[in-house]
Design a protein around this ligand. Structure first.
Ligand code: FAD
Ligand code: NAP
Length: 545
């Protein structure tokens, strides 16, 4: 018999035994809870945050919204849910997605399975009985058979490695820890450091309020107009009628967003035709330009045609030629850092009170009491906004003291970069699963598609094991190494490893430099997983403790 969450809370450090523990109450963790409950497993979700929602709970900066269309970035597991929920915009805002998450949790009765304000500190596998001991920062101890890390790929934020952060006397904000009450910039001098997706979304809105805005750019990024708009009810109804086919197409696509398959090289069409093609995809969606030609992401010359098209757009928007050139990305191929969608980002630099500082020319040297200092001068500001991103894909796992068989530490197993079977399991860490983990399509996809596929895979594997009297599922060393070699090989075939991106771990000093996601395509990956499951879960060993 297991006790209730309330009883457990009052029991202090007494160990509570469950069938399954899920870490993280974002879109992954909530769906995992729903699936495990469907199997009759006593399941609890532990969440560090003060509420459910994950990404959409934490990232509340101005302009925060999805850049995958709302009607694609939503659960597909329940046909009635997808018919009932009404989205208001093509690209939903953070508050709207959070409302959606709450709607789902209410509808499927998930709230009572989530323990909030509970950060997992350690998880140790017990060789003697094949179960996990999980400890929280608050000192609670949990005993579980199955352990799912739904800790998110972009959930451990990072500050810039500049001395003096603590000396600044003004207001400091990070996009991933935005105050719930919002932040008013009216009349203030603001510095934004970082021009990734978060910075690019926030900067135009901060500029609307601030008296003076200075943007500190280390790497110029490729961004396309979102062309966001309210969703026409008729168009929404039409899409809903076609949901089954559309979802299927998304699952079988390369990036989890259905787009026509490319058939030609960018270099075999004449420049005018190519230009017309790019123009047609410009501002349509996140992946259209990237998938225009068969070689867009593998051939430098083909890629350069897309990169130059974007640079021309930037020059066409930004009035000051020097600022425009500074905003033109030149040090990485198009698409090898995650492309951004924006609403008026480049045009913001035409405003009188907005300046751009090129950190490649004048690097930051320190944060002072009054602001920031570069090699050239000091900038005095009232607010410092860090849009400096995340220790992506592995950061939240590395933050937990994770130990598998024989006390083997995950940190040691991954010293040279993550080694996983399908991005789902680590050899030597039985019954531990990483939803959208490194080695899966994950962050290279519409993550909703990848989340549902991983959660379903885990639930099905656990059911398969239990039906056969097994309680332990673990990937073999050979399968994990073989899959990881394949992930690297496919990655190396592309231009992705050329960028100093978070996909490569390049934004975190000392992190192993490997391309962490699987670029073989969402559809191909799913097919591989399905086949392997149909063959009796090739590469996974099942046993009883
Ligand atoms: P998360 O939402 O990150 O949830 C993980 C949860 O685990 C968090 O709540 C965290 O607090 C918790 N956690 C972590 N460690 C611990 C611990 N030790 N103990 C307890 N709890 C812990 N993807 C897209 O496909 N399209 C988009 O347009 C898109 N936009 C994004 C915009 C932003 C600003 C960001 C940051 C990401 C975006 N993403 C987007 C990626 C997004 O993270 C995923 O789409 C999705 O929300 C991930 O859900 P998740 O549940 O896997 O992880
Ligand atoms: P990010 O893409 O990693 O961008 C961080 C920015 O901060 C980069 O410009 C980076 O420069 C800069 N930076 C980091 N450290 C710095 C330092 N020490 N000095 C100066 N500059 C520094 O992070 P993010 O913008 O938060 O986005 C992360 C991911 O979350 C995205 O790629 C996307 O997957 C997701 N996201 C999506 C949306 C959306 O539109 N739906 C919005 C936000 C986030 P370098 O490039 O030189 O490292």
């Amino acid at each position: 018999m297991t006790d209730t969450l309330e009883q457990s809370a009052t029991r202090g450090t007494a160990t509570r035994r469950v069938d399954a523990l899920v870490v993280g109450a974002g879109l992954s963790g909530l769906y995992m809870l729903h699936r495990f409950r469907g199997l009759g497993l006593d399941t609890v979700v532990l969440e560090a945050g003060g509420d459910i929602g994950g990404t959409w709970y934490w990232n509340r900066y101005p302009g925060a919204r999805c850049d995958v269309e709302s009607m694609e970035y939503s659960y597909s597991f329940d046909p009635e849910l997808e018919q009932d929920w009404e989205w208001s915009e093509k690209y939903p805002t953070q508050p709207e997605i959070l409302r959606y998450v709450h709607h789902v949790a209410d509808r499927f009765g998930l709230h009572d399975g989530v323990r909030l304000d509970t950060r997992v500190a350690s998880a140790h596998f017990r060789d003697r009985d094949g179960r996990w001991t999980v400890t929280t920062e608050g000192g609670e101890v949990w005993d579980t058979e199955q352990l799912v890390m739904a800790t998110g790929c972009l959930s451990t934020s990072k500050l810039p490695e500049i001395p003096g952060v603590e000396t600044f006397v003004g207001r400091t904000l990070h996009t991933a820890h935005w105050p719930h009450e919002g932040a008013d910039f009216t009349g203030r001098r603001v510095a934004v450091i970082g021009t990734g997706s978060s910075g690019i979304q926030a900067i135009p809105l901060i500029a609307d309020e601030a008296a003076d805005l200075t943007v500190f750019q280390r790497t110029a990024n490729f961004s396309m107009p979102a062309n966001n708009a309210p969703l026409d009810p008729e168009a929404q109804a039409e899409r809903k009628r076609g949901y089954p086919e559309h979802r299927k197409a998304a699952r079988e696509s390369g990036f989890g967003i259905p787009v026509p398959a490319a058939t030609q090289s960018a270099l075999e069409v004449d420049p005018e035709e190519r230009r017309a093609r790019y123009e047609a995809t410009w501002g349509r969606n996140l992946v259209g330009m990237l998938t225009s030609y068969t070689d867009s992401i593998v051939d430098p010359a083909a890629n350069e045609t897309a990169a130059e098209f974007v640079r021309e757009k930037i020059r066409g928007i930004v009035h000051d030629p020097e600022t425009a050139e500074t905003l033109c990305p030149r040090d990485h191929p198009f698409g090898t850092k995650r492309p951004c969608l924006d609403s008026g980002y480049y045009a913001t630099f035409n405003r009188e009170h907005v300046q751009l500082v090129d950190l490649k020319k004048t690097p930051l040297t320190e944060i002072t009491a009054r602001g920031l200092r570069t090699t050239e001068r000091e900038y005095e500001v009232d607010d410092l906004v860090f849009a400096t991103g995340f220790d992506a894909m592995t950061g939240s796992l590395a933050a937990i003291d994770l130990r598998g068989r024989d006390g083997k530490r995950l940190a040691d197993a991954w010293a040279d970069g993550p080694v996983t079977h399908l991005g789902l399991q680590v050899a030597g860490f039985p019954n531990l699963y990483t939803i959208t983990g490194p080695g899966s399509p994950s962050v290279l996809s519409n993550m909703m598609v990848s989340i549902e596929q991983h959660v379903d895979f885990v639930a099905d594997a656990v059911r398969y094991a239990h039906e056969r009297g097994a309680t332990v599922i673990e990937s073999t060393e050979e399968a994990a190494q073989g899959w990881t070699d394949h992930v690297r090989e496919v990655g190396d075939y592309t231009l992705y490893p050329q960028a100093n991106s978070w996909y490569m771990g390049a934004n975190v000093p000392g992190k192993p430099r490997v391309f962490m996601a699987y670029i073989g395509g969402v559809g191909a990956y799913r097919q591989h997983c399905d086949q392997l499951a149909a063959d009796g879960y090739t590469g996974f060993a099942f046993s009883s403790a």
